[in-house]
Design a protein around this ligand. Structure first.
Ligand code: IVH
Length: 660
């Protein structure tokens, strides 16, 4: 047998063994046999690197290190369902369905607690894995997806297909990852979901490979193209193709009684499952029915996510610590020894404000119950008064700011530090600026921001974008190295391209949350328009009332804020809304990466906007991954780099032909 055939044979053996192990739960070869095949394949690939195949299981160990993840546009938007929390809402959901569909059948699936991913196969070979992102554009994480052993690199049929499912970390792998973290003196993951999210977005795929993630398939966006008629057939087909599905727990239901019974049973089994689930996903089974039901402006009408009630856990209150927020608001926090709540290890919970503490009569030494409020900060739900000991001690509200010692003022239920220059406020606003829903600058923990603030590197938002000048100093700081500072500076640089809503939210305008920021960005399109917005116009926008409208106008009439925005503009931050509807029909442009350089007939931003509206990624530096460089007059080093890397260079006329 020639080498190529042997390689192919070994890949088939290994893939078959994985399929039997992961999908069928029924291995037919021993671990030793598996290792022998694997090692032989590894040896052959080392000896004959040109025979190494894309779908080889040896790719799973990772290796490639990226500078950043490329953005990708989803061919079908990645939506999620509305959440419901009780039986009454299940009945209402069923009633709504029955208005459109007679006698609906449902599929019931455990709601996996991870993050959704999209996998694309061409001719049966995995070619792309992406995160959900904002549902329209996600990130290309193919190299990391390939490390997930339960993701087939090759399907049992040579078809083109997109498959959606949950990327998650099992409870066991989570424990192991945290043991590793402890060993390295690093912060532990709070829960398996955070661990999965952090691991799948690692730029070094070797790290992802070590984390042992899993994938559970649950959805085909265009099932009708495969002759599929129901969601349960989709699930069966996925399993046949080689995906792990939740075939033992997924079930069909004919009515709300069966749904409620399923939820009841599953909530009892939940603790013993090897992975976390946070509810049950209910989908109308028949695809014709799904079509009839369609979508609202945000979510499908044919499905819903039932979320298990938040778990409440008892613990002993050891101490109350006060923190100062961005607006100067003082929050009392309950401190206790760590407890597991809904899969996260928690040692701190909010007591909201002094009135809340007074109402509940909280005392140090009390037994308190903790719950995760929504998805974010845990809160103290109640004090078990009947278990109070004589030794419990009442606590006093502070009257001075714990950071700057200013006299606090009380407004309604809350206390505030009135000092506009209180360091705590600055630090909090910097932490807010880099946070996930704002500019999403990775690598900045709260601690780093606090340290950089105290060392004078970071005093205001704009300082992030000039941090570069301290590069050499920063590299010498304890706990930092060349690589981590480089990564930090790269994520800062990448954040300059964020769409406008992230910046609006990041500025921390009072009452402007993530959702309002998005609405403002969509409505005004550019920061300049938003700055000029007047109160009456703002009030015509859905969701914006007197309070938010006034807060926005106040913010932009403050010269300090306008100066900050101008400075950010000079530093190269994008000031436009760029998450527009994308037309993906132009194959020459869609999915391609462009760099624009030199002087063109119009500002570069206009070219960028047009290209992005046709599904292109427009980046600032020329790399191997660049498909086209659009070069105008007097193009400089980027043009040279493009020539050096043999990247196709186009002028404005050629560009116009391409976008036709
Ligand atoms: S179906 C149109 N099935 O929960 C929605 N989602 O709101 C297609 N999830 O974001 C998703 N388990 O990440 C589906 N069996 C399951 C799921 C599931 C977990 C996640 C998913 C989605 C959210 C549903």
């Amino acid at each position: 047998m020639n080498i190529e055939d042997r390689i192919s044979e070994l890949i088939n053996y290994i893939n078959k063994a994985s399929y039997e192990y992961y999908v069928l739960d029924n291995p037919t070869i021993t671990d030793q046999e598996y290792d022998d095949y694997y090692n032989e394949l590894l040896l052959l690939e080392e000896k004959y690197p040109n025979l190494k195949r894309e779908d080889s299981p040896t790719n799973r160990v990772g290796g490639e290190v990226l500078d950043k993840f490329e953005k990708v546009t989803h061919a079908h938007p990645m939506l999620s369902f509305d959440d419901i929390f009780n039986n009454e809402e299940i009945m209402l959901f069923d009633e709504r369905i029955r208005k459109v569909v007679s006698n609906p059948k449902y599929t019931l699936e455990p709601k996996m607690d991870g993050l959704s991913g999209s996998l694309i196969y061409k001719n049966g070979i995995l070619v792309r894995g992406a995160t959900r992102g904002d549902g329209i554009t996600g990130e290309d994480i193919t190299i990391n997806i390939k490390t997930i052993k339960s993701v087939p690199l090759k399907l049992t049929e040579d078809i083109d297909i997109e498959v959606r499912g949950e990327i998650y970390m099992s409870k066991l792998s989570f424990e192991k990852a945290n043991i590793e973290k402890r060993k390295n003196n690093e912060n532990e993951f709070a829960n398996p979901r955070n661990a999965a999210a952090g691991s799948v977005r690692q730029l070094d795929s070797k790290i992802t490979a070590k984390r042992n993630l899993d994938f559970m398939a649950y959805f085909i966006p265009n099932p009708e193209d495969y002759g599929i008629k129901t969601q349960s057939e989709s699930l069966e087909y996925l399993r046949k193709l080689g995906f792990v599905t939740n075939h033992k727990l997924n079930k069909k239901a004919n009515n709300t009684n069966e749904i409620i019974k399923y939820i009841d049973d599953l909530s009892k089994k939940r603790k013993d499952l090897p992975y976390n689930i946070d509810g049950v996903v209910i989908k109308v089974d028949n695809l014709e029915d799904e079509k009839k039901l369609g979508f609202t402006s945000r979510v499908p009408r044919w499905g819903i996510a039932y979320k298990f009630p938040a778990e409440e856990v008892l613990t002993t209150l050891q101490e109350i610590k006060f923190t100062v927020g961005r607006t100067g608001k003082i929050t009392p926090n309950a401190i206790f020894s760590p407890v597991h709540v809904d899969g996260s290890l928690v040692s701190k919970a909010t007591l909201h404000n002094f009135d809340y503490c007074k109402d509940k009569d909280v005392r140090i030494g009390d037994i308190i119950s903790i719950r995760k409020a929504g998805d974010v900060i845990p809160e103290v739900v109640e004090v078990k008064l009947e278990r109070r000991k004589d030794s419990s001690t009442p606590f006093k509200m502070i009257d001075k700011c714990p950071i700057c010692n200013s006299q606090l003022i009380k407004k309604d239920a809350n206390h505030f530090c009135p000092n506009e220059n209180c360091p705590a406020r600055y630090i909090e606003s910097l932490i807010h600026f880099v946070s996930r829903d704002a500019m999403y600058i990775e690598g900045f923990g709260d601690r780093i921001i606090e340290d950089f603030y105290n060392m004078n590197y970071l005093r205001s938002i704009e300082d992030f974008y000039t941090l570069n000048k301290y590069k050499d100093e920063l590299k010498t700081l304890e706990g930092f190295g060349e690589k981590s500072i480089e990564n930090l500076l790269t994520s800062i640089d990448n954040s300059k391209n964020n769409s406008l809503e992230r910046l609006i939210f990041g500025l921390g305008i009072r009452y402007v949350g993530k959702k309002t920021a998005k609405i403002l960005a969509m409505y005004y399109k550019t920061m300049d328009n938003l700055i000029k917005a007047d109160f009456d116009e703002l009030k015509t926008i859905p969701d914006i009332g007197d309070v938010i409208g006034k807060s926005i106008v106040d913010y932009f009439s403050n010269e300090k804020n306008i100066n900050l925005i101008n400075r950010l503009k000079e530093l190269g931050l994008n000031m436009r809304y760029t998450l527009m509807d994308v037309d993906t029909t132009n194959d020459k442009i869609n999915g391609k990466t462009f760099v624009i350089t030199g002087t063109l007939s119009k500002p570069r931003d206009e070219f960028k906007e047009k290209l992005e509206s046709l599904g292109a990624n427009v980046t600032t530096s020329v790399t191997k991954k660049t498909d086209y460089v659009l070069a105008g007059e007097k193009a400089g080093s980027k043009l040279d780099k493009a020539k050096e890397l043999n990247i196709k260079i186009i002028n404005e006329d050629e560009y116009l032909k391409m976008i036709e």
